[in-house]
Design a protein around this ligand. Structure first.
Ligand code: N01
Length: 554
């Protein structure tokens, strides 16, 4: 379904309206948050920059965009009726199908009547006298809410590098995360793709089918496993529906929120033959299960080297030109420490006559020119279109693009100058009643996002109910609890190989961004237990207050 077919919510201006909660973003997190709060009798308003629901799946419409979590696991679990009446068609759903699902959810739960689209939140300021948030938008809205809930996504602030001459290019250019809604026709075109992360890896084989030439500019290669995409069979769908509740519960009890089989053996304790068999069988199965081949792939460099060696061999088997295969084989980071890519025909695309790989690791892009680009050493290339698959200012970017101010008018950007600091990835000391769904310091992007979103939304809704029942108005993390949590998040990351890659998990892709490992590596199961414990202990690590009456509807 294209965006202009999407039924619209409100787009008018809201002046002085009062809500229990304002929710920023109408992706998976914002939609479910709204639904949950309504169910609990709270008034809420969702403000969304796009013209429809879907978040990531609204914006990332590049050819080949798919989810890298299997569709049966990438769906809400809160409604049995919803899961019973929705049928996925493929193992990994394509972006249009996921967007259709989001629209179906919005229709089914009548969400749009409390959503305002095409509106960007510009500021959220906490008023200590009323204990309320004032939220302002680029349309001149001014909303007042007891709670401000950021559901803005972790990969929603796209970045195009600040290349000299960027605007001088006379052809068409696109960022994968802000793709046009109408089909882009690349036939007969010479296309440049800058970047080789998940977005590029998904889009290159598809664009190569259509374009005259595709030239890929690679700074650092990535590890990618085949998706082994296939249609879902009626039996698979039926089995999944019948066992839905157990499957979802089992996923919540895993570290990543997905049902991958994690081998308990070390890669180093088995024979070379057994290791090869294990890797080979997972490669054939396809998908992220590759990283579960052995228990120590993500914690032991020597074990990881065996994974790297296997990947290199697979890349050389797939790519005919050994020099190109060498260039596509990552050597700078352990396998899996950047988000593992899941592809359909990525490496094979480089065997096509119309696809060329340019290694820019030692000769970076110097400038964009009116006709294409020039490397620092002066090599010139001409193109009709440039695709920036250059990623996102992850986890903090979208939050910090909003002027968020807590107690004494302190900007969030100031508090997070040396990197994000949160309690449980949900809350920030000095910012009462502000919640960050899948924020930094929670498992978030290291997990199945739907599992983590549901866990956060349920926690927040329960917290608001608990406050209401106790006649309280505010909840705020203490600095001590936050400091201890940040230390725990950092220490946990240091026990793994993840910090060894220059990844967006660490902010390493953004010049000047503090190098802090942002997601919590402890696992969704351990993390959810910790969140439940905090509640059981009377919201341990938080201060609850009753300084002003709740809004009338609460
Ligand atoms: O972005 P990325 P992405 N000059 O940051 C290169 C999710 N996602 O949009 O590695 C030249 O991974 C950069 O090079 P380097 C998923 O979580 C999910 O692809 O920094 N190149 C890199 O190659 C994913 O991890 C799906 O050296 C420059 C690329 O641009 C996340 O989104 C699909 C450059 C950026 O890769 C981000 O993926 C797609 C420069 N100046 C995305 N600056 C699913 O399947 C950057 N690069 C669900």
């Amino acid at each position: 379904m294209s965006d202009h077919q999407q039924p619209q919510g409100e787009t008018g201006t809201t002046e002085g309206a009062e809500f229990d909660a304002v929710i920023v973003g109408a992706g998976f997190a914002g939609m479910y948050m709204l639904h949950r709060l309504r169910e609990r009798g709270f008034s809420a308003r969702v403000i969304e920059a796009g013209e429809g629901v879907g978040g990531t799946w609204y914006w990332n419409r590049y050819p080949g965009a798919r989810c890298d979590v299997e569709s049966l696991e990438y769906q809400y679990s809160f409604s049995d009726d919803l899961q019973r009446n929705w049928n996925w068609t493929e193992r990994y759903a394509q972006q249009p199908e996921i967007l259709q699902y989001c629209n179906h959810v919005a229709d089914k739960f009548d969400l749009r009547r409390d959503m305002q689209f095409d509106t960007r939140v510009t500021s959220a300021v906490y008023d200590e006298t009323s204990d309320r948030w004032t939220i302002e938008t680029d349309h001149g809205d001014r909303l007042s809410a007891r709670f401000c809930i950021m559901a803005i996504g972790c990969l929603s602030a796209g970045t195009v590098p600040d290349f000299e001459g960027l605007e001088s290019f006379q052809g068409d250019w696109y960022h994968t995360g802000a793709w046009p809604h109408e089909k882009v026709d690349f036939s007969g075109k010479r296309v440049a793709v800058i970047g080789t992360g998940s977005s590029a890896i998904q889009t290159i084989p598809v664009i190569a089918e259509e374009a005259d030439q595709v030239t890929v500019f690679q700074r650092t290669p990535n590890f990618s496993v085949p998706a082994e995409q296939e249609p879902l069979t009626p039996e698979q769908i039926r089995d999944h529906k019948e066992n839905f509740a157990q499957i979802k519960q089992a996923a919540r009890e895993t570290g990543f929120g997905i049902l991958i089989d994690i081998n308990e053996k070390s890669a180093l304790e088995v024979s070379a033959e057994e290791r090869e068999q294990e890797y080979e069988s997972r490669w054939r199965t396809g998908g992220a299960g590759m990283l579960g081949a052995f228990s120590d792939i993500l914690v032991d460099r020597e074990a990881n080297d065996t994974t790297v060696e296997f990947f290199h061999r697979k890349i050389h088997e797939a790519v005919e030109d050994p020099k190109v295969a060498d260039l596509l084989s990552p050597t700078d980071h352990p396998a899996g420490t950047k988000r593992l890519c899941v592809d359909t025909g990525y490496y094979q695309a480089f065997n096509r006559d119309n696809v060329k790989l340019i290694d820019i690791s030692n000769d970076p892009i110097g400038a964009i020119t009116p006709t294409g680009l020039r490397t620092s050493a002066g090599d010139e290339y001409e193109f009709d279109s440039i695709i920036y698959a250059t990623g996102f200012d992850a986890m903090t970017g979208a939050l910090l693009r909003i002027d968020v101010r807590g107690r004494e008018g302190t900007p969030l950007g100031e508090v997070w100058e040396a990197g994000p600091r949160t309690y449980l990835g949900l809350s920030v000391a000095g910012f009462p009643n502000l919640f960050t769904i899948t924020g930094p310091g929670s498992p978030s992007v290291l997990s199945n996002m739907i599992v983590s979103i549901e866990q956060h939304v349920d926690w927040i809704a329960q917290c608001m109910v608990d406050l209401r029942e106790r006649g309280l108005d505010t909840i705020e993390a203490t600095l001590e609890a936050q400091d201890a949590w940040v230390e725990h998040v950092n220490e946990s990351a240091e026990m793994t190989l993840w910090p060894q890659a220059n990844s967006w998990y660490l902010g390493a892709n953004i010049p000047g961004k503090p190098r802090v490992f942002m997601p919590y590596v402890g696992g969704v199961n351990v993390y959810a237990e910790k969140c439940a414990e905090v509640v059981a202990n009377g919201y341990e690590g938080f201060v609850l207050g009753a300084t002003a009456p709740m809004a009338a509807t609460s």
